[in-house]
Design a protein around this ligand. Sequence first.
Ligand code: DX5
Ligand code: ZN
Length: 221
Amino acid sequence: QQEPLIAPSILSADFARLGEEVDNVLNSGADIVHFDVMDNHYVPNLTIGPPICKALRDHGVTAPIDVHLMVKPVDRIIPDFAEAGASYITFHPEASEHVHRSLQLIQHHGCKSGLVFNPATPLDYLRHVIDEIDMVLIMSVNPGFGGQAFIPEALNKLREARKIIDDSGRDIRLEVDGGVKAENIGEVAAAGADTFVAGSAIFGKDDYAKVISEMRSEIAS
Ligand code: DX5
Ligand code: ZN
């Protein structure tokens, strides 16, 4: 298992002061920036696209940017995000006609690739494309909104994904997204996650450094 990474979801940041918010959360100990892309088609919400990713890079953000695509179709937005400075690009297999091709497209554009599994989506895809994957993202809420409650069944799926990753012997991150907070991050880590998305649990607090250090100590305990 890899060193734990804290990935604040900027969906819950103050968009009117986004550059400052991202600087603050990174200076407070966060490792990577989780960037939620929603299209009002694959999910019933509309957020941010490649120009905002590029704006963060132009602002001076050097941390990895973890682009979580909740869009359909997937392929045509991939090159734009690669050019805009994305580090990871993950997508939902249901949203792509050709999952293997989409993963290769991401890698050919120099980004790390990943698949995202909704609460009801089985992990079967994973076994067939494991060689094309750098990250597995397990949704612990239904995608579309921040601030939802963690779905406990996600713990079983994390254990299952951890086993598939370990059996593969490959260097693959296991990320969890939705309802993660200091109170449950310990059991989420114990289930095998090594990359922790948290939106409302971080940006909903005044002291980002305090909540991130609480999260780190819960992961370590
Ligand atoms: C949900 C998004 C999440 C969301 C998490 O569709 O993928 O990244 O922002 O927010 P919290 O941590 O508040 O559940
Ligand atoms: Zn997300």
